[in-house]
Design a protein around this ligand. Structure first.
Ligand code: ADP
Ligand code: MG
Length: 263
C-alpha cells in the first residue's frame, strides 16, 4: 500500500448522512439530508427556526429514528447493526453504548440542579463507565479547569451564570470522551455578554481536534471556526460550503435572505 492510499483510507468521514428522511405524523421534517463530517472537522449548521436542525442532531444522537436514507457515525449505522447484508435494530443497551461516543450540549443548560459542578461532570463516568471516584474526580477537575471553572467546582448550577453553566455542560459531555460533539444553539439562551466565554471554550475544543456539529446563529464563530457551513431550510440542505464563501457569496436567495437578517 502506498502512503497515498493510507492517507485516503484514514480520510473516512465520521458522520455520513445520505438522503435522511424524518417525519412526525404527516409532517415531513427532514426531506433527504446529505452531509458528511470528517474527523476533526467543525461543521456549522444554520437555518431558520423549524427547518429541522435540532431534529437532525437528535437523529445523529439516537434520540429520533429516521424514516428513510442512511445515517452513520464512525462507520456504524445509527439505530442498526449490520451483519452481512442484513440489518438488525439495535437493542436499548446497544443504543446506550453507541450514544456514549456522542456528546451533546443543548440551548438550555440541563445540569442536575442538586449536584455541584464537580459532581455534574464526574457522575456519568462513575455511574455509566464504572470509573473509580478518585480518578473521575481528578479528571472532572481538570476538565473544569479547561473550561475556566477550576475555582467553581463546588458551586451548584443556581450559583453559576448561564455562561458558566453552559461551560459545565461542555465539561460534562467531554468527561465521557466523546468522538463527536453536537451543539444545538449553545449560546442562544445566554445574555449577550456571556456568549463569548462559551464560544471561546468551543473554539479551544475545535483547535484541539474535536469533531463538532454546531447549530448556531453566531456567524462570526461559523466564519472563524467552521470548516463547513451548511444552510438548511424546510428540511433540505439549501447550500453548503466553506463558511467564508457561503457568508460572503451565498448562492441561494433563501440563504441570502436569512443571512441578511442575522448579520
Ligand atoms: P429547528 O431546530 O431548525 O428550529 P426542529 O428540528 O426543532 O427545527 O423542528 C422542525 C419541525 O419539526 C418543526 O415544525 C417542529 O415543530 C417539528 N417537530 C420537532 N419535533 C417534533 C416532535 N417530537 N413531534 C412533532 N413535531 C416535531
Ligand atoms: Mg432547534
Amino acid at each position: 500500500m502506498t502512503t497515498e492510499q493510507v492517507a485516503a483510507d484514514s480520510a473516512v468521514p465520521l458522520v455520513v448522512a445520505e438522503q435522511v428522511h424524518k417525519r412526525f405524523g404527516s409532517l415531513e421534517v427532514l426531506k433527504g439530508i446529505d452531509m458528511q463530517v470528517m474527523p476533526g472537522e467543525v461543521a456549522c449548521l444554520l437555518g431558520p427556526s423549524g427547518s429541522g436542525k435540532s431534529t437532525f442532531l437528535r437523529c445523529i444522537n439516537h434520540l429520533e429514528k429516521i424514516d428513510g436514507g442512511r445515517l452513520s457515525v464512525n462507520g456504524h449505522l445509527v439505530g442498526y447493526r449490520q451483519k452481512g447484508d442484513k440489518l438488525y435494530e439495535l437493542k436499548d443497551g446497544e443504543v446506550a453504548q453507541r450514544r456514549r461516543d456522542i456528546g451533546m450540549v443543548f440551548q438550555r443548560f440541563n445540569l442536575f440542579p442538586h449536584m455541584t459542578a464537580l459532581r455534574n461532570v464526574m457522575e456519568a463516568p462513575v455511574q455509566v463507565l464504572g470509573r473509580n471516584r478518585k480518578q473521575a474526580k481528578d479528571e472532572a477537575l481538570t476538565l473544569l479547569d479547561r473550561v475556566g471553572l477550576g475555582d467553581r467546582s463546588d458551586h451548584y448550577p443556581s450559583q453559576l451564570s448561564g455562561g458558566q453553566q453552559q461551560r459545565v455542560a461542555i465539561a460534562r459531555a467531554l468527561a465521557m470522551h466523546p468522538q463527536l460533539m453536537l451543539f444545538d444553539e449553545p449560546t442562544s439562551a445566554l445574555d449577550p455578554e456571556l456568549v463569548g466565554e462559551v464560544l471561546d471554550v468551543m473554539r479551544d475544543l475545535a483547535a484541539g481536534g474535536m469533531t463538532m456539529i454546531v447549530v448556531t446563529h453566531e456567524i462570526g464563530f461559523a466564519r472563524e471556526v467552521g470548516d463547513t457551513l451548511t444552510f438548511m431550510d424546510q428540511g433540505v440542505v439549501v447550500e453548503s460550503g466553506a463558511p467564508k464563501e457561503v457568508i460572503a457569496n451565498p448562492q441561494h436567495p433563501r440563504t441570502r435572505d436569512f443571512l441578511s437578517k442575522v448579520l
